[in-house]
Design a protein around this ligand. Structure first.
Ligand SMILES: Nc1ncnc2c1ncn2[C@@H]1O[C@H](COP(=O)(O)OP(=O)(O)O)[C@@H](O)[C@H]1O
Ligand SMILES: CC(=O)N[C@@H](CCC(=O)OP(=O)(O)O)C(=O)O
Length: 305
């Protein structure tokens, strides 16, 4: 320390050094506990379209941070809005039934082009820019599926086209990539027994990966602070939710729209070996780190007990 700084207030980057050290040290027990654990991050969907490119860069930085402290991170990404844009540009009308995109032959081509040929590469590039080691994996290489069955309110079967229900995840392949030091970045496309590509919901695909890997954490990034007890009031955050509290919240309509596949997938994952699921706001700076490495967290955690 030079003579003229010796008596200056103990401040570093505008924060007093004791606070700064405390913040760093608060992460220590978490880093020790999670080293070597598998985390699955659902990267998507709405925040990916935020006009501020910094939002995506910050998320990529958080993922690289997790990987750098020895956590084995797997990313499963969405891209629903980009697919809809691609369809509209091609003169096709996006249609959703029971939250799933009706995907005909023309649409599945756009789905593959958008997810495998565009979004997957963009995420890999962002992670690379932050000096991570991404490995882009088209879901076609890791997900086996059968045609998704869907019904209307009267029980009549609906044809969603090439929409898949994942029946197997090639976990060994993903684990090999992790052991080799990569961060796998996986798209939600699956192959059926005839190698026909099918579109799958990215939330469900993320839960399938987390279950197959018995992940310690599954983190859903979205464009809301977490699960809200009043969806139109961002301050009504539910910090912790038990699985047995989900059904009443669905019955009284608190959990609606896009949250339904997320919460259902979260419950499925928790019932299949995943220890804990988090919902965090992808737009909030460094929300993943704040949720995982601080005592209080900033989003919603869903637990089994
Ligand atoms: N109880 C709730 N808490 C938070 N969000 C909710 C709730 N119920 C419904 N939602 C809606 O779910 C949306 C998130 O789902 P979705 O749009 O599918 O996410 P993404 O595309 O980011 O994966 C929120 O933007 C919100 O409109
Ligand atoms: C079958 C089905 O609906 N697939 C989704 C796949 C992408 C996705 O889920 O993206 P987000 O997470 O960004 O919503 C779709 O076509 O939109």
């Amino acid at each position: 320390m030079s003579a003229d700084t010796a008596n200056s207030p103990a401040v570093l980057d505008g924060i007093d050094i004791t606070t700064k050290a405390k913040v760093l040290l608060e992460a220590l027990p978490y880093i020790q506990r999670f080293r070597g654990s598998i985390f699955v991050v659902k990267y998507g969907g709405s925040f990916m379209d935020d006009p501020d490119p910094e939002v995506r860069t910050r998320v990529a930085t958080d993922i690289v941070f997790l990987a750098s402290v020895g956590i084995k991170v797997v990313v499963v990404h969405g891209g629903g809005k980009a697919i809809s844009r691609g369809m509209e540009e091609a003169g096709l009308k996006p249609v959703f039934t029971n939250g799933l995109r009706v995907t005909d032959e023309a649409a599945i081509k756009i789905v593959e082009k958008t997810l495998n040929g565009q979004i997957n590469l963009d995420i890999c590039e962002l992670i690379q820019q932050k000096h991570g080691r991404p490995l882009g994996i088209p879901g076609n290489n890791v997900f086996l599926c059968e045609k998704q069955r869907s019904y209307d309110n009267e029980g009549n079967e609906l044809d969603l086209g090439f929409v898949g229900s994942i029946k197997f995840v090639k976990a060994k392949l993903i684990k090999k990539a992790l052991t080799d030091g990569y961060t796998p970045i996986i798209s939600p496309v699956a192959l059926d027994d005839n190698d026909q590509a099918h579109n799958t919901n990215a939330d469900i695909a993320a839960a399938a990966v987390a279950s197959a890997l018995r992940a310690r954490r599954l983190v859903y990034l979205s464009d809301v602070p977490g699960l809200l007890s009043n969806p139109s009031d961002p301050s009504s955050l539910i910090s912790t939710l038990r699985v047995d509290e989900v059904a009443p919240l669905k019955a009284n309509g608190v959990i609606g729209k896009g949250m339904i596949p997320k919460v259902d997938s979260a419950v499925h994952a928790l019932n299949n070996g995943v220890h804990r699921v988090h919902f965090v706001d992808g737009r909030e700076p460094h929300s993943i780190l704040l949720e995982i490495f601080t005592d209080r967290g900033i989003g919603t955690e869903i637990v089994n007990r």
